[in-house]
Design a binder for this molecule. Structure first.
Ligand SMILES: *Cc1c(COP(=O)(O)O)cnc(C)c1O
Length: 275
């Protein structure tokens, strides 16, 4: 984090100090950091759409809202993840179903198949420690059973499988920009989409149900769902745009340090399986 982020934030103060992602068109000098960040991020990932939110947890929660998770719906995730993955399911009213992990620390395909029932609505594979889940196989299983796939890419930003970035394989991908992740906006997150309809639903849910009809003033806007306030603000996005430009360099820097990945995986295996 250096002068680039500082300058990007200063630019907001020098151009009307608009922190809100919407509106104030006459004073912001055509600067829309959140919109730009979504555009840049979706291009980086290679997804059709992207929605900036306030955290990775919010990204997961909004994703589950967009596919209309209802009480009693089962959502399968894995035993090794951060608590937020399960919190998002519980807060959506769903039932978290926990599958085992494999030797890559990702969801175990055999156990995943065993956990599918008639009530399964969604699978959340987590690309742990940058190791990609077997997302190709997961997609096949999901398609066959008519289940959504929401990738938790909090640890997998920048990684790819079969020349496609993680987060562009499933129906949606949830990213975190908290202070401990590969890139940061202080707190923040992003949800990526293949499908425009899911994007529009998620966009409304994250913004009190607002459909942002350009022909209506915001206070008369149309709504067809309930919602939350998980909107990213302009300051976070200004930082995010600068961080994103540095991301590949940062990842290559880590690789060039020649970290002994198999040793790290072994240590984690020992710790996880040791319990
Ligand atoms: C960090 C993390 C999240 C949540 O992200 P926040 O931005 O901290 O809310 C979700 N899932 C995993 C696997 C994480 O590591």
């Amino acid at each position: 984090i250096n002068n680039k982020e500082k300058k990007a934030v200063n630019r907001i103060f020098e151009n009307g100090a608009v922190f809100f992602r919407h509106g104030f068109d006459n004073i912001r000098n055509n600067i829309y950091n959140v919109k730009t960040f979504e555009e840049n991020f979706k291009n980086y990932i290679g997804s059709k759409h992207a929605l900036a939110v306030t955290s990775g947890t919010a990204a997961l929660r909004v994703g589950l809202a967009a596919i209309n998770i209802k009480p009693g719906d089962e959502v399968i995730t894995q035993s090794f993840t951060f608590v937020a993955t399960v919190e998002a399911i519980v807060e959506a009213g769903g039932i978290p179903v926990i599958a085992n992990i494999d030797e890559n620390l990702d969801i175990d395909i055999k156990d995943l198949k065993n956990k599918i029932t008639k009530r399964t609505k969604c699978i959340i594979p987590v690309h742990m420690l940058g190791t990609p889940s077997n997302i190709i196989e997961i997609n096949k299983i999901a398609k066959k059973n008519e289940i959504y796939v929401l990738e938790d890419v909090a640890w997998g930003l920048g990684g790819s499988l079969k020349n496609k970035k993680l987060g562009s394989h499933g129906d949606m991908g949830a990213f975190s920009f908290d202070h401990a992740k590969a890139m940061t906006t202080g707190e923040g997150g992003m949800l990526t989409f293949k499908n425009k309809n899911l994007f529009l639903k998620a966009s409304a849910w994250h913004d009190h149900g607002h459909e942002n009809n350009p022909r209506l003033p915001r206070w008369e806007d149309s709504r067809s769902s309930s919602g939350f306030n998980f909107r990213m603000n302009e300051i976070q996005a200004a930082i995010g745009n600068e961080q994103l430009k540095k991301l590949d360099k940062l990842i290559n820097f880590q690789i060039s340090k020649k970290l002994n990945l198999s040793k790290i995986v072994q240590e984690y295996n020992f710790r996880v399986r040791g319990k």
